[in-house]
Design a protein around this ligand. Structure first.
Ligand code: KIV
Length: 293
């Protein structure tokens, strides 16, 4: 097995990242980093690398659970994965993504389910999709003391309404509506905002027009921070890779090769070898043989 030296060898715990850190980073012009995670070891590795924030995204539905889109994932499934991430990451700010139908039906549902992410999932904040139509929910959740991150542009929970996973805000009218929505979410108390698949010049303009940090995905370098789906970055999800993703590894191919090598080793009896085997002394073995006679 090859050994890889971890990039971060700092064993002392970093200071916990909070909404205040987000605000200060924007004020200082420092970029905010965010990645998704859905399990303990990944959360641990991302946290150790020094990330600002980990999103337990509802992309879980696609990249981990194998669904076609994000709609089928439930609160229970999100909480199950949120808890695993919370056990692995100690310093990053942890954000639970509110799944489809957990906040759209009523403001009461929205508040109750947001609370579950903190109480039962170990999260520090929640994220939800939508603009003006979600302002009341954002206001109510923030009113209970729970930080809310908004999400505008390509909002995957509206994939059927949008006619597919397509870029948003490309016309003057759509761009104006996006800017208005960003201001409405800021006014409703959101501490930050994801901008997904929108033109770079629009994302940069919106970022300058609001005081809360924008986190871009497929929205260019003018946002206050960046987020990617970790499975895309690692090349773990082989169904498709959005154009805006930079792949830093090809783990799907690596895994495939490791599994094929294992099968080959077992079939050809190269594994397990002596070093993988538990020994028993000749003395004990002889005693055992006598015992069973
Ligand atoms: O669910 C998710 O991973 C997300 C990111 C793409 C921002 O919402």
């Amino acid at each position: 097995m090859s050994t890889v030296t971890p990039v971060s060898t700092n064993t002392s715990q970093r200071k916990k990242v909070t909404t205040l850190t987000f605000r200060q980073k924007k004020e200082r012009g420092e970029v905010i980093t965010m990645l998704t995670a859905y399990d303990y070891p990944t959360a641990m590795a991302i946290d150790k690398a020094g990330i600002d924030s980990i999103l337990v995204g509802d992309s879980l539905a696609m990249v981990v659970l194998g669904y076609e889109n994000t709609l089928p994932v439930t609160m229970e499934e999100m909480l199950h994965h949120a808890r695993a991430v919370a056990r692995g990451a100690k310093s990053a700010m942890l954000i639970g993504d509110m799944p489809f139908m957990s906040y759209q039906v009523s403001v009461e549902d929205a508040v109750r389910n947001a609370g579950r992410f903190l109480q039962q999932g170990g999260m520090d904040a929640v994220k939800l999709e939508g603009g003006r139509e979600r302002a009341d929910a954002v206001r109510a959740i923030v009113g209970t003391g729970i930080p809310v991150m908004g999400h505008l542009g390509l909002t995957p929970q509206s994939v059927h309404q949008l006619g597919g996973f397509r870029a948003q805000g490309k016309t003057a009218t759509a761009a104006k509506r996006l800017l208005e929505d960003a201001k409405i979410l800021e006014e409703a108390g959101a501490f930050s905002l994801v901008l997904e698949s929108v033109p770079a010049r629009l994302a940069e303009f919106i970022s300058k027009q609001i005081s809360i940090p924008t986190i871009g995905i497929g929205a260019g370098g003018g946002c206050d921070g960046q987020v990617l789906v970790t499975h895309d970055l690692l090349g773990l999800f082989d169904r498709f890779t959005p154009r805006f993703v930079k792949q830093y590894a090809n783990f799907h191919a690596e895994m495939n090769k490791a599994f094929a090598d294992y099968i080959d080793d077992v079939e050809s009896k190269r594994f397990p070898a002596v070093e993988h085997t538990v020994e028993m002394s000749d003395e004990e073995w002889d005693a055992f043989q006598k015992e069973i006679k």
